[in-house]
Design a protein around this ligand. Structure first.
Ligand SMILES: Nc1ncnc2c1ncn2[C@@H]1O[C@H](COP(=O)(O)OP(=O)(O)OP(=O)(O)O)[C@@H](O)[C@H]1O
Length: 268
């Protein structure tokens, strides 16, 4: 588990201000959702946190250490999961340990038993142990994303950063992937950051929420504070109606219940 400090992070691309002096602290083990519309700066924030992108100003500290280059303790999961289709789920998961063994050792799968055990445990965490030998390209989009999560877990990270991990999935697969991310974070006590644009999924799984709008942090709080007014501020002029429509199990949308709760004064 690692504590994260984001300190006055600013990133510009020419005239475009992708991140505008973002600061927050996240204690070890928290499950954080970064919310915002396309272009609000979510990917840039995650990329700066993992040192894949160099900030223009400011810094990210992991347990007090500035992030100046990518480190294996921080694993990144992408929307397009970047797994190798011709390799099995197991081989993809095993490749997450490449930082601990040499390139050729990894390509030739000469890892030791511990490494192989880690890959199998990671597949187990994401519910794919029975599919370990399945070629990744024969798997569904949701399963492929879970292979991507297993590969990240084999890295043995302390921090998991997932950039829109469910954006290209159908609603059912999106819920599955979120459940497995939550399970992985809980079982392995990971500090977790997931960027999403779907409010309903964010509310269902998030513990803490950071809202970005035009590169600025407009919200930082917990579920009970994520009111409809806050959501309006994060999403601006965009109609959020469609972002709430999904299977949450009780037949009401979070937007409805938030409105109802506001009227009755109850917590959402
Ligand atoms: N490499 C880059 N070069 C130039 N501009 C960029 C680059 N990366 C991001 N931007 C700009 O920075 C702003 C924030 O982009 P970013 O991708 O971080 O947003 P986002 O919320 O992740 O959006 P999306 O969900 O569409 O990826 C946007 O205006 C985007 O066009």
């Amino acid at each position: 588990m690692s504590k994260i400090v984001v300190d006055n992070l600013r990133k510009t691309y020419g005239e475009t201000v992708a991140l505008d002096n973002i600061s927050f602290e996240v204690p070890a083990g928290e499950f954080v959702i970064i919310l915002g519309v396309s272009g609000s700066g979510k990917s840039t924030l995650l990329r700066c946190m993992s040192a894949l992108t160099e900030p223009t100003e400011g810094q990210v500290l992991v347990d007090g250490e500035p992030m100046t280059q990518p480190r294996p303790e921080l694993a990144m999961i992408f929307q397009q999961h970047n797994i190798v289709g011709d390799m099995s789920a197991y081989s993809n998961a095993l490749s997450g340990g490449i930082n601990r063994c040499g390139f050729f050792e990894s390509v030739l799968q000469l890892q030791d038993t511990d490494e192989k055990q880690r890959a199998l445990e990671a597949l187990d965490t994401v519910g794919l142990l029975d599919e370990a030998e399945q070629k990744a390209r024969r798997m569904s989009g949701g399963q492929q994303q879970r292979v991507g999560i297993a590969r990240a877990l084999t890295q043995l990270p302390e921090v998991l950063l997932a950039d829109e991990p469910v954006a290209s999935l159908d609603p059912g697969s999106a819920q599955d992937v979120m459940q497995y991310l939550q399970r992985a974070a809980n079982e392995r006590e990971l500090t977790t950051f997931i960027s999403l644009h779907q409010v309903n999924i964010a509310r269902k799984y998030g513990q803490r929420f950071i809202g970005l709008h035009n590169g600025q942090k407009v919200f930082d709080g917990y579920r009970e504070d994520l009111t409809i007014d806050v959501i309006d501020e994060i999403y601006g002029d965009i109609d959020t109606e469609g972002m709430f429509v999904s299977d949450d199990g009780d037949g009401t949308t979070p937007q409805q219940s938030t409105n109802e709760n506001r009227e009755t004064g109850a917590a959402p």
